[in-house]
Design a protein around this ligand. Structure first.
Ligand SMILES: NC(=O)CC[C@H](NC[C@@]1(O)OC[C@@H](O)[C@@H](O)[C@@H]1O)C(=O)O
Length: 265
C-alpha cells in the first residue's frame, strides 16, 4: 500500500508539474497560439489572395512566437471593436493588429512592449477639398469603431459628422461610393488604399504616444515576459528592421526599434 500510494501521489505530482511545463504561457491549446487579427489593414495585418494572413505585424509576431518556441500560430480575422474583449475573455491568446497601447486599453488587456510608432491618417478623394483639420468641418468622416481614430475624432473633429464602420473595407467602399468624404485609419493602410483607389492621404496625425503592442489577457505575466524578451531579440538582431523595410518601403524609420549599434547615430 505504501509503495502504491507513493507511486500514485508521485504520478499525480508529476502530472501537475508537467501541465505547468507543457503550458507555461497559459495557452488555450498548449503548443498553439491563437491570434485575433484583422483581414483588411494592409500592410500591417491582412489576408492575401490565397486567404493567408500576412503583413508586418503578422510576420513580426510569427517570428516572436518562434523565438518563444511556438511555431503553430493561427490567425483569425475580427472586427476591431470586439478584438480586445475577445483576448480578455480567453477566446484568443493574443491580439495582433497595430493595436496602440493606451492606459484605457490596459484596463481590459495587458500589452507587450511597443513595436511600431506612426501616424493616424485622414484620406479621401483628391477633390474632397480636405487639406487640414479645419477642412473637416461639415464633412462626413469614416472611423472604425473602437480605434484610436474614433477617440481622436470624437475629441477633436467636433464639427465633423462621424460615420462608424466595423472595418476598413466597409469604410473604403463608402468613400468610393461618395457616401462619406474621407476615412480615418492608420498611415500605412491609408497609403495602400490610396494607391489602390486613387485616393489621397490628406492629414497625418502623430500617434507616437500609443505605439502598437501585442495584446494579451491581464495577468499572464509569463507570456508577457517571454514575448518581450523575444521582441527585444528580434529588434536587436535586425529582424524588426528587415520586416519594416519589406512592408513599409520608403517610410521614415523610428529609431527606437533598431539594433542598439544603429541607434543614436
Ligand atoms: N488596426 C486598427 O484598425 C488599429 C487602429 C489604431 N492603430 C494605431 C496605431 O497603433 O497604429 C500603429 C502605429 O502607427 C501606432 O503609433 C498607432 O497608435 C488603434 O490602435 O486603434
Amino acid at each position: 500500500a505504501l509503495v502504491l500510494s507513493a507511486c500514485a501521489s508521485g504520478a499525480a505530482g508529476s502530472s501537475e508539474t508537467s501541465d505547468a511545463d507543457e503550458n507555461p504561457y497559459g495557452l488555450i491549446t498548449p503548443g498553439q497560439i491563437r491570434v485575433a487579427s484583422l483581414g483588411d489593414a494592409k500592410p500591417y495585418t491582412f489576408t492575401d489572395e490565397s486567404g493567408e494572413f500576412t503583413g508586418f505585424d503578422v510576420e513580426l509576431f510569427t517570428d516572436v512566437a518562434g523565438r518563444v518556441g511556438i511555431d503553430d500560430v493561427v490567425f483569425t480575422g475580427q472586427d476591431f471593436s470586439g478584438l480586445l474583449a475577445a483576448v480578455a475573455n480567453g477566446q484568443f491568446d493574443v491580439g495582433v493588429a497595430a493595436i496602440g497601447i493606451t492606459d484605457e486599453r490596459k484596463q481590459t488587456v495587458d500589452f507587450s512592449e511597443g513595436y511600431l510608432a506612426g501616424y493616424l491618417t485622414v484620406m479621401g478623394h483628391p477633390d474632397a477639398g480636405i487639406d487640414d483639420e479645419d477642412d473637416l468641418a461639415g464633412k462626413r468622416l469614416g472611423v472604425v469603431q473602437g480605434t484610436l481614430q474614433e477617440a481622436y475624432a470624437v475629441k477633436n473633429f467636433t464639427e465633423t459628422e462621424l460615420v462608424r464602420f466595423p472595418d476598413n473595407n466597409a469604410a473604403i467602399s463608402a468613400v468610393n461610393s461618395g457616401s462619406i468624404d474621407a476615412h480615418f485609419l492608420d498611415y500605412e493602410a491609408a497609403k495602400a488604399y490610396a494607391e489602390q483607389y486613387g485616393l489621397v492621404n490628406a492629414i497625418d496625425i502623430p500617434s507616437f504616444d500609443a505605439p502598437a503592442g501585442f495584446a494579451i489577457a491581464k495577468g499572464n505575466t509569463e507570456f508577457q515576459a517571454a514575448l518581450n524578451e523575444a521582441l527585444a531579440a528580434a529588434m536587436e538582431d535586425g529582424t524588426w528592421k528587415e520586416l519594416y523595410e519589406k512592408w513599409f518601403p520608403g517610410s521614415p524609420m523610428p529609431e527606437q526599434y533598431l539594433p542598439s549599434s544603429e541607434q543614436g547615430e
